[in-house]
Every structure is written in structure tokens, then in C-alpha cells.
Design a binder for this molecule. Structure first.
Ligand SMILES: [Zn+2]
Ligand SMILES: [Zn+2]
Length: 248
């Protein structure tokens, strides 16, 4: 393919008016270590059924970008406009092309819109001033990558209720999820650096809101218990209604 510049990609992305989930795929790809992932990882992070879904959706995006650039790839090479490929093991690695990486940074897409972790920027007086600054820096400058790495590892399924938002809201919500920070602010020390796999978990916006109704927040297990208890209540009520109906 031709050597397109970051500016070419910036213009293409700007003119394309991408769907939220299409931009989300680019964000996930950008935030993967070394801007490299497999189709399986992309599928997990986006909530696609399998690697084939990732291939399909990223391929469609590649085709759109290629058309905007004025490049006409063969059907099987439309992904090349976004990625280079290597096969070090069983699965192909998609490596985001460096002009695409630069374009993402120029557009400000490298910091994703879902990137803020609210509990990291809550300021409490018990924390040393420097630590507060450090946590702010963490939250605004690093957590973007941290949250994407959490999602790359855990996927975009809610850890509390098990929902995948796209199953309810369709394609627009594909890959959308909040991330909850599991550590208490009181445990956080000055040199704390978030561990994306251990300290963060994906949760849907509903569960996340309920978790933060209490301080300290409800744990994932407590939310699971609430959901379970409420299901049982509903079942019992239904059962009682049925019994009464039968008696009539
Ligand atoms: Zn949930
Ligand atoms: Zn939270």
C-alpha cells in the first residue's frame, strides 16, 4: 500500500463520521501493549462473539478508511490500511500502523472519553497533598491506558450482573463499559500505581452507580448478592400470586 501520512489518516478519520463502536475499536487497539493485539483480544474487549466478529467489524472500518484515502485494497487486505501483521505463534498479531498511532494522538483519541475513574480523583483530607496530586496525575494521564488494559484482560462484560451492553442496546454500545477501582482511597499511598488487572474491574453503568450509592462503595460480591436476593423476592412474589390465582 501507499505510504500515507498521519495527516492523511487524521483527515480520513475526521471525514468519516465513525460510529462510536468503530472509534472504540481504534481506542482499544491503540491502548493494547505496543499497539498490538489479536482478533480474539479485540473480540473480548469489544464484546464480539468471537475473533471472526472482530475481523469482520475491523475489516469494514479498514475498508471505509481505505476508500477515504483513495486506496483500493483487495477484499482480503482491507485491514492492512490500519494494521501490519505478524504471526509469532498460533494467532496473527495486529500491529497498529505508526501513522495511525500518530493520527490517534493528534486527534486526541489516545485518551478515551470513558477514561476517568471517579474514585481516583475524589480528594480526601487524609491523603498527603503530594499523593493527591499523584493520584490526579494517575487518573487523568495514566488511567486511560489502565482502564483499557483492564478491559483487554477482563473483557467488557459487567463483573457484577454479567450484562454485555451491546446485547441490550445493540451495535452502538459495542465495547462500552465503565471500570470500577477496587481499592479504597484510604489504602492508597503516595507511590501507588494502579494495577489494571488487579485493581480495576469492568462494570456496567447501572451496577457502577449502585456501587457508589454507599461510601465506601458496595463490593462486586455485595452487588451480586443484592441482585440475587431481589430475583428470589420477585420469584417468591410470582409464586404467591400463582397460588392465590389457583385458589380462586
Ligand atoms: Zn452490571
Ligand atoms: Zn467505581
Amino acid at each position: 500500500m501507499n505510504d500515507y501520512t498521519p495527516t492523511d489518516y487524521v483527515n480520513a478519520f475526521r471525514n468519516l463520521n465513525l460510529q462510536p463502536y468503530q472509534r472504540r475499536m481504534l481506542e482499544i487497539h491503540y491502548c493494547a501493549p505496543n499497539h498490538t493485539l489479536t482478533a480474539t483480544q479485540m473480540a473480548k474487549a469489544m464484546g464480539f462473539r468471537n475473533w471472526g466478529g472482530a475481523n469482520l467489524h475491523y475489516g469494514v472500518l479498514g475498508k471505509l478508511v481505505a476508500e477515504m484515502l483513495g486506496w483500493h485494497p483487495m477484499p482480503e487486505t482491507k485491514l492492512y490500511v490500519l494494521s501490519e501483521f505478524e504471526k509469532p505463534g498460533r494467532e496473527w498479531h495486529w500491529i497498529m500502523r505508526s501513522p495511525v498511532v500518530s493520527a490517534m494522538e493528534i486527534l486526541g483519541w489516545a485518551k478515551t472519553e470513558q477514561s476517568r475513574i471517579p474514585e481516583e480523583v475524589e480528594v480526601t483530607t487524609s491523603i498527603h497533598e503530594g499523593a493527591v496530586r499523584e493520584i490526579r496525575v494517575n487518573a487523568y494521564e495514566r488511567s486511560s491506558v489502565a482502564r483499557e488494559q483492564c478491559i483487554l484482560h477482563h473483557g467488557c462484560k459487567c463483573a457484577a450482573c454479567g450484562i454485555v451492553l451491546a446485547d441490550v442496546y445493540g451495535e452502538s454500545a459495542q465495547g462500552y463499559i465503565h471500570v470500577h477501582h477496587l481499592r479504597q482511597l484510604s489504602e492508597i499511598r503516595e507511590n501507588y500505581k494502579v494495577n489494571p488487572i488487579r485493581d480495576l474491574l469492568p462494570v456496567c453503568p447501572n451496577c457502577h452507580a449502585i456501587m457508589h450509592m454507599r461510601k465506601p462503595p458496595y463490593s462486586i460480591q455485595e452487588i451480586k448478592n443484592l441482585i440475587h436476593a431481589q430475583k428470589q423476592n420477585a420469584n417468591n412474589a410470582l409464586h404467591t400470586d400463582e397460588m392465590q390465582a389457583q385458589r380462586r
